[in-house]
Structures are given as structure tokens and as C-alpha cells.
Design a protein around this ligand. Structure first.
Ligand SMILES: Nc1nc2c(ncn2[C@@H]2O[C@H](COP(=O)(O)OP(=O)(O)O)[C@@H](O)[C@H]2O)c(=O)[nH]1
Ligand SMILES: [Mg+2]
Length: 365
């Protein structure tokens, strides 16, 4: 690891460092420690390298903390009630903990998996103190989420696997598709990539206009047709335009509701097929947007959509202003499809690449 070597060369002889065990994990904690003491990042670690190692900037972490405030408050309140008058983690505390997790929208299956892990820890350490419960929970949840996906997800400045890279955005009405598209466009653009948008939600009157306003605000090109026109045709035009214009990323909006569900699924399939006529492996990403503030409903939507559409990534929006943020843990654990983004506010910067460690850290510390 070159960064680590540079770091060691810079800090030779430092006691804390020579004692540390150098896995990427322990390096992370060591880094956090040094960053705290000095109030700034080490000179040998720039933002890009930090992103590669799964670190996020102070600013993003602040947004994340703020976005998860309500969930955190509610989880903490319930946790402290669960351990009141108890000094060690016993069966009764575990029962209460189970209730806390389920009522925090983590979901039954994931709650069971978490409780099993805590039970195993209690078995090996009979006098596990309740004051350590937060720490233990965050460690176990982080390592549980680790099982599903290896490594952290790519940030916006990472090189894309295809050019143009075509993203098709799906999800029911109101979950945040159009706003998430604007946030993605903004962040890809900030990372130096050219972006084009396709307004293939031609079903709702205001949908095209809404995306148009965003495209102007973010200053990216928009491909559109009149309301009611064939969405597959808009998608086709968008992909073709991206190809001709040598564009890096094309993001295509879709309808969240048609006259009935079968109609919608057929239409999404048709849009996909048409894109592949221009670029055989397009769309490269089918991003399903879920509204985190709907808790278990988001779970249901994920189940339904993934049954009928080939979803490749998930975004969970509106985590700010809800106490149901625990749903991210459940969805991230239960679906083989990675949670790639989370929405923690209405501003363009408020879409973040999902980072398990930071998420759990923001929730439990
Ligand atoms: N607070 C908050 N609001 C969001 C977030 N994402 C989307 N929204 C809001 O959700 C509403 C519906 O979003 P929209 O993009 O139109 O949903 P669509 O129907 O799926 O395209 C809008 O008012 C957005 O501002 C988020 O992360 N946080
Ligand atoms: Mg929309």
C-alpha cells in the first residue's frame, strides 16, 4: 500500500504507529485519531486517496450526521430505555434490543442476524457491560454489512467502466427519482465528467418541465419530447446523443406510475431494449430509487421492482427528516444489489455514495 508507505516514511518513529496493526481497518481508526488531534487531514492523503480508502470529507460527514439525526435520536432513546437499570447484557436486554431494532425499521431478518451476533459475543464474554452496547452494535452491524459487498463503492471521480455510461433510473412516483438525477448530474459534472439527461417520464404533465429546470440549474443538456410521447424513443435519442456528443454519462428518468403495474414494467423493459439497440450493453446501470422515510414500504418496493426489473443498484432517499433510517441497514443486508447512494437532504450535494462504516458510525456514536 503506497499511501501507507509514504505515511510511514513521514512519521517514522512515532509510537502509536509502530504499535498499530496495519490492516486497512486499523489504519482508518489511526487516521481518524490523528485527524482529530490535528484538526486536519495528513498532507500525504489527498481527497482522492481518502475516497479510495473509503474515507469521506468532513463536510460530507457533517451532512450525514445531520441527515441521520432523527433516526439516531430515536434509536438512542429506545436503546437507553432498553438498558435502564441493567449493568450487563442478558437475555432480557437482548429481547429489548430486538424490539428496538425492529421498531427502527431494520427489518425482522436483519434484526435476527444482528441479535445472533450479539448473542455470540455475550456467550464469549458473559459480563458484557450495557454501557458498551452501542459500540458492540455498531461493530457487529458494520461487519454484517461487510459480508454482502466487498470494498467500498466508487465515488463520482472514479473512472467509469463504459463511455458513454448509461444510467436508467426507476422507482415509483414521489420517491425522488428526478431530484436524485439532478444530484447525480451535479456531482458527476463536478468530478469533471460531461453529462446528458433524458426526460423519459412522459406520463406526468410536469415531469419533463421539472427535469428541464434541473438541467438548466446544473447546466447539462436535456433530451426531451412532448408529454405523452413514447418514452423509449426519448431514451433512444438520449443514448444516441450521448454517443455522438462523446458524453461521459447519460442519465434517463422514467415514469413511476402508468395506468397499471404491468404496463409500467413492460414499458421499462421496452426502454431498456431500445437503448441496447444503440449500445449493446446499455443501460450499464439500472438504479432503483427508494424513499427511506416510508420504512418497510421501501423494503416492499425493492422486493417488487427487483422481481420484475433487472435492478443493478439502489439509492435510498429522504433519510433526513425521518426516524426510519434503520431501513438502510435492512435493505443493505437483505438485497444482493448494493445500496449505492443515500439522500440526506434536498440540496444538490446531499446525495452521498453509501459508506457502511460512516453510516454506522454516524448512527451509533
Ligand atoms: N428531504 C429530502 N427530500 C428529498 C430527497 N430526495 C428527494 N426529495 C424530495 O422528494 C420530492 C419528490 O421528488 P421527485 O424527484 O420529484 O420524485 P420522483 O417522482 O420520483 O421523480 C421532492 O420534493 C424532492 O425535493 C432527500 O434526500 N431529502
Ligand atoms: Mg420525477
Amino acid at each position: 500500500m503506497t499511501i501507507l508507505k509514504t505515511f510511514l516514511a513521514n512519521k517514522k518513529g512515532n509510537n502509536i504507529i509502530s504499535k498499530a496493526f496495519f490492516s486497512e481497518e486499523s489504519f482508518f481508526y489511526l487516521y481518524a485519531l490523528l485527524k482529530d488531534r490535528q484538526g486536519k487531514a495528513m498532507p500525504c492523503l489527498n481527497e482522492k486517496k481518502m475516497a479510495l480508502l473509503g474515507f469521506i470529507s468532513k463536510e460530507k460527514k457533517k451532512d450525514l450526521d445531520k441527515g441521520l439525526e432523527k433516526t439516531k435520536e430515536s434509536v438512542f432513546k429506545k436503546l437507553s430505555r432498553a438498558v435502564v437499570g441493567k449493568s450487563k447484557v442478558d437475555d432480557e436486554v437482548l429481547d429489548q434490543l430486538e424490539e428496538v431494532l425492529i421498531s427502527s425499521d431494520v427489518g425482522v431478518d436483519t434484526t435476527i442476524r444482528i441479535i445472533e451476533r450479539i448473542e455470540a459475543r455475550v456467550a464469549s464474554d458473559k459480563y458484557l457491560n450495557t454501557s458498551e452496547l452501542n459500540k458492540i452494535l455498531s461493530e457487529e452491524i458494520a461487519s454484517l454489512l461487510e459480508e454482502n459487498t466487498s470494498g467500498e463503492l466508487n465515488d463520482f471521480d472514479t473512472e467509469l467502466p463504459a463511455r458513454p455510461y448509461i444510467i436508467m433510473v426507476v422507482g415509483v412516483n414521489g420517491v425522488g427519482k428526478t431530484t436524485t438525477i439532478a444530484k447525480l448530474a451535479y456531482q458527476y459534472k463536478n468530478a469533471g465528467k460531461s453529462v446528458i439527461l433524458g426526460a423519459a417520464d412522459t406520463f406526468r404533465a410536469a415531469a419533463v418541465d421539472q427535469l428541464e429546470v434541473w438541467s438548466e440549474r446544473v447546466d447539462v443538456k436535456l433530451i426531451k419530447q412532448a408529454m405523452g410521447s413514447d418514452p423509449a424513443s426519448v431514451a433512444y435519442d438520449t443514448v444516441q446523443s450521448a454517443l455522438k456528443g462523446n458524453i461521459d454519462v447519460a442519465i434517463i428518468d422514467t415514469a413511476g406510475r402508468l395506468h397499471n403495474k404491468a404496463n409500467l414494467m413492460n414499458e421499462l423493459a421496452k426502454i431498456k431494449k431500445v437503448m441496447a439497440k444503440v449500445i449493446p450493453d446499455a443501460p450499464h446501470e439500472v438504479l432503483l430509487i427508494l424513499d427511506g422515510s416510508t420504512g418497510q414500504n421501501a423494503f416492499e418496493q425493492a422486493k417488487q421492482f427487483t422481481l420484475s426489473t433487472e435492478v443493478t443498484s439502489l439509492a435510498i432517499t429522504k433519510l433526513d427528516g425521518t426516524a426510519k433510517g434503520g431501513v438502510v441497514i435492512g435493505i443493505s443486508d437483505q438485497f444482493k444489489i448494493p445500496v449505492k447512494y443515500i439522500g440526506v437532504g434536498e440540496k444538490l450535494e446531499h446525495l452521498q455514495v453509501f459508506n457502511r462504516h460512516e453510516f454506522v458510525d454516524s448512527l451509533f456514536s
